[in-house]
Design a binder for this molecule. Structure first.
Ligand code: HEM
Length: 313
């Protein structure tokens, strides 16, 4: 069961955000300030854990238990990535190991910092000695301003082999010490997300109670970092014959000036225009017989994965 105080905090954060949005709408604020949830187009959920286990001491993490007392390993299964941690891996407060789950979908509002981010892949904690194979698969991160949850499915519990599902959160997330940066057009990175166990005896056995994690330094379950990409907004400034100029303030975040790109619709890779990006302007030459209509497009060649842009009139 999630702690009631955390739930209450999450709820009040949501309410505060709704109230802000309503006030902005009443004041007739420009739509950009009222950014709506947008489709998630990419990113990563990174899980970093310290590998330390001092018997009876404070510096004891879950990963440290696995590789030290239980003489086991932690490993990623594709599409998750990260080096395997073994009993002989370096240990101590500075020994931080990161597993990355690629983001495959969801919906996120970058202005309000609310939404649901779905990632793929598995991390498995295995011990032949203590007989467990605990998995955390396909994490779903739900953010609501300064709070959030992470749900996943897999197997765990006292036997280390009982299935659990993403119906209930595995961790509550505390973003009160998190740092949010814009790292590219449409891409936000949130670092320093602290997990606390939301539900006992699902993935991890009941040695850990609800709320466990931040009660120890370093956090028993590490920290999370979420990088989330969503579509950017653009508008058609001019269109004459096959030349069109699209303007989007976020394009200014691209490092390469005059980058050569191509444009496709959102649903296909087929190029409908070539162009260049300079500052906030995307200058396009459309294929014969094409006109640029409002809609969702992909810009190829400027970022990896390609940038999704919602073009309005
Ligand atoms: C042969 C079987 C096992 C042995 C001998 C064993 C032994 C131990 C010992 C000695 C501790 C340290 C207790 C302390 O520091 O007070 C411990 C802690 C723990 N064990 Fe096991 N264990 C076994 C099986 C398991 C299994 C099957 C799981 C998981 C499903 C598990 C999960 C844990 C956890 C989560 C802790 C707490 C680690 C922490 O302090 O962060 N153990 N175990």
């Amino acid at each position: 069961m999630p702690s009631t105080s955390l739930l209450r905090r999450a709820r009040s954060a949501r309410l505060a955000l709704c109230a802000t949005a309503v006030a902005a709408a009443a004041a007739g604020t420009a739509p950009a300030a009222l950014a709506a949830p947008a489709q998630v187009t990419g990113g990563d959920v990174d899980w970093s854990q310290v590998n330390a286990y001092a018997m009876g001491g404070a510096a004891r993490t879950w990963l440290g238990y696995v590789t030290t007392l239980a003489q086991g390993t932690a490993a990623a299964t594709a599409p998750a990535t990260g080096a395997e941690v073994t009993p002989s891996s370096p240990k101590g407060a500075e020994a931080v190991y990161t597993f990355a789950f690629p983001v495959e979908g969801g919906s996120y509002d970058r202005a309000a910092r609310t939404g649901t981010i779905r990632a793929k892949g598995t991390v498995t904690f295995t011990s032949a000695l203590h007989r467990f194979a605990i998995t955390v698969t396909d994490p779903v991160v739900t953010l609501s301003g300064a709070t959030g949850t992470l749900a996943a499915s897999g197997q765990g519990g006292a036997s280390g082999q009982t299935p659990y599902s993403a119906d209930q959160p595995l961790f509550t997330l505390d973003l009160s010490n998190a740092t949010v940066t814009t790292v590219g057009p449409g891409t936000q990175r949130i670092t320093g997300i602290a997990p606390a166990l939301a539900t006992a005896n699902t993935a991890f056995p009941a040695n850990y109670q609800v709320g466990a994690g931040p009660d120890r330094t370093p956090n028993t379950f590490g920290t999370f970092e979420v990088t989330v990409s969503t579509a950017i907004d653009g508008s058609i400034r001019t269109q004459r014959k096959r030349r069109a100029v699209v303007v989007s303030p976020e394009l200014r975040l691209l490092k390469a000036r005059g980058a050569r790109v191509s444009l496709s619709t959102a649903s296909s890779r087929a190029r409908i225009a070539r162009g260049t990006i300079s500052g906030r302007r995307l200058t396009l030459t459309l294929k014969k017989g094409r006109t640029l209509k409002p809609g969702t497009y992909r810009i190829w060649g400027a970022t990896n994965p390609p940038l999704t842009i919602e073009i309005s009139r």
